[in-house]
Design a protein around this ligand. Structure first.
Ligand SMILES: NC(=O)c1ccc[n+]([C@@H]2O[C@H](COP(=O)([O-])OP(=O)(O)OC[C@H]3O[C@@H](n4cnc5c(N)ncnc54)[C@H](O)[C@@H]3O)[C@@H](O)[C@H]2O)c1
Length: 443
């Protein structure tokens, strides 16, 4: 058995800070309130519903994850948010139209109390929306300080012992790292001079890390993937994770692609298209925001198929991803995948997938799990990027020395083995040879 890592207990209340009070955030918060009252189940959440096998298969030990690792409980969670629109969480949830009015009525009182704080917003980063609930400041550093003040006030007001931040606001336009992002010194100088290359999401992340708050990026844009913020998180001992929640089409893609590769079936082309009509869809209708999403969505197949190792099967595979804004769909996203594959002697076959999903219903449990696991990571002294949480992301952060793991099943095993490791249990390799007596050693 490995050594158990020292983990501080999950005592007191955990505050969850959410930039963005839109479809995902409100579906998440309302769901926690409903689950807390025992009215509906937190389906899709590993921290609430999944078991974890310990030891050998014949030992039959599979506690629930939440009974195995010390996690904050749902009753200890408090929420705060920022948004460019002033609607409270109840009004915002009604507008998002994900959970029914009938369900929202059951937690209306709790939701109405969550009123968004003024946001840090810059129209050059999100072109298709604008709103009145926005902070003013002489410089980006001043805006960061206002966010830090918000974080401190939330902690004091709710008497919190710990906090985490999960970005659930709109996707910002595609950008690449610049010189200002290289070191924390250049970044802070850039904040003071309001450098145009510093996005609102970077200002939130900076404020969080400076306040000792773990930060997870649920959107595909550049935030933490810059040396300045990665270095700051490591130096201050703060967990960070990202990016882009893995919910609908990419979830399916990263489950199907490992199957094709495991059976050495070739792929000529993979065409993925989506229609969705929520505010996220409206934001992604802008070419810059779509580019952030496209880059994030496209990264998975190349990594899973390894065309350099298997050129006969995957080299030159045509991969295209489209997202179309179609208002009548609302949050009910529809995704189509057309996969042109080939098998024995190169004979062609096709797979067609039509996933009729609800975007925020898939994203809400991810926000919950990330918040609880990021808090666990901090109490376990795990600073910097949390690759073991790749399971939840379309474009997972990873050490420079390794390639990212996109295969859903490897990610799942990595997550659970990390939990076993933290608790001093051996990893599960699924070798299983010990149940058989191939070499007569048991005689
Ligand atoms: N739902 C999913 O399946 C899924 C999957 C992966 C990623 N995401 C990402 O999660 C994010 C949230 O998705 P959603 O469906 O809730 O979108 P949404 O449009 O319903 O909500 C986002 C909210 O963020 C607000 N906002 C924009 N810029 C802000 C800022 N700078 N500060 C504070 N608030 C700001 C908007 O006003 C809006 O209310 C998006 O970036 C989306 O791309 C969602």
């Amino acid at each position: 058995m490995a050594n158990k890592i020292k983990i501080a207990p999950a005592e007191g209340k955990l505050g969850i800070l959410l930039p963005g009070l839109g479809a995902v955030s409100t579906t998440f918060i309302a769901g926690v309130f409903l689950a807390r009252k025992g009215l509906l189940q937190p389906v899709g959440s590993l921290t609430q519903m999944q078991g974890i096998r310990l030891g050998k298969r014949d030992e039959k030990k599979s506690p629930l994850i939440r009974d195995f690792v010390p996690l904050a409980s749902l009753s200890d969670l408090e929420f705060a948010s920022w948004d460019i629109f002033p609607d409270n969480a109840y009004e915002a949830a009604l507008k998002a139209g994900v959970l029914s009015r009938e369900h929202l009525e059951l937690v209306k009182g709790e939701l109405e109390k969550i009123k968004p704080m003024k946001a840090v917003f810059d129209r050059t980063y999100v072109k298709n929306i604008g709103g009145p609930n926005v902070k003013n400041g002489k410089s980006k550093m001043e805006l960061a300080n206002q966010l830090r003040q918000d974080i401190q006030s939330f902690k004091k007001e709710k008497n919190l012992s710990r906090m985490v931040m999960v970005w659930c606001a709109s996707t910002e336009t595609y950008t690449e790292p610049k010189a200002v992002h290289n070191t924390i010194e250049s970044f802070e100088k850039g904040l003071a001079e309001s450098d145009a290359a510093i996005s609102p999401s970077m200002i939130y992340a900076y404020a969080a890390i400076m306040e000792g708050v773990p930060y997870a990026n649920g959107a595909p844009h550049l935030t933490l993937d810059i040396p300045a913020l990665k270095g700051l998180a490591e130096n201050k001992g703060i967990p960070v994770a990202g990016k882009d929640f893995k919910t609908g089409q990419t979830l399916v893609k990263t489950a199907i692609a490992p199957m094709l590769k495991a059976r050495m079936l070739g792929v000529k082309g993979w065409f993925s298209t989506n229609i969705l009509g929520n505010r996220d869809g409206l934001v992604l209708d802008d070419a810059g925001s779509f580019k952030s999403k496209e880059v994030s969505k496209k990264s998975s197949l190349e990594c899973i198929f390894q065309p350099d190792i298997y050129p006969q099967l995957y080299k030159g595979m045509y991969h295209k991803v489209r997202i179309e804004y179609y208002p009548p769909k609302g949050d009910d996203k529809e995704g189509w995948d057309n996969i042109d594959i080939f098998g024995w002697m190169g004979y062609p076959m096709q797979i067609k997938i039509n996933f009729l999903c609800k975007d925020s219903i898939l994203a809400a449990p991810i926000v919950l799990d990330l918040a609880l696991f990021m808090d666990l990571a901090q109490r376990a002294g795990m600073s910097g990027m949390q690759e073991w949480l790749s399971f939840y992301f379309k474009a997972p952060m990873h050490a420079d020395s390794v390639y990212p793991e996109h295969d859903l099943f490897i990610q799942h095993m990595k997550l659970k083995n990390t939990l076993r490791y933290l608790m001093g249990e051996g990893p599960i390799t699924h070798l299983g040879i010990e149940y058989y007596d191939y070499w007569g050693e048991k005689k």
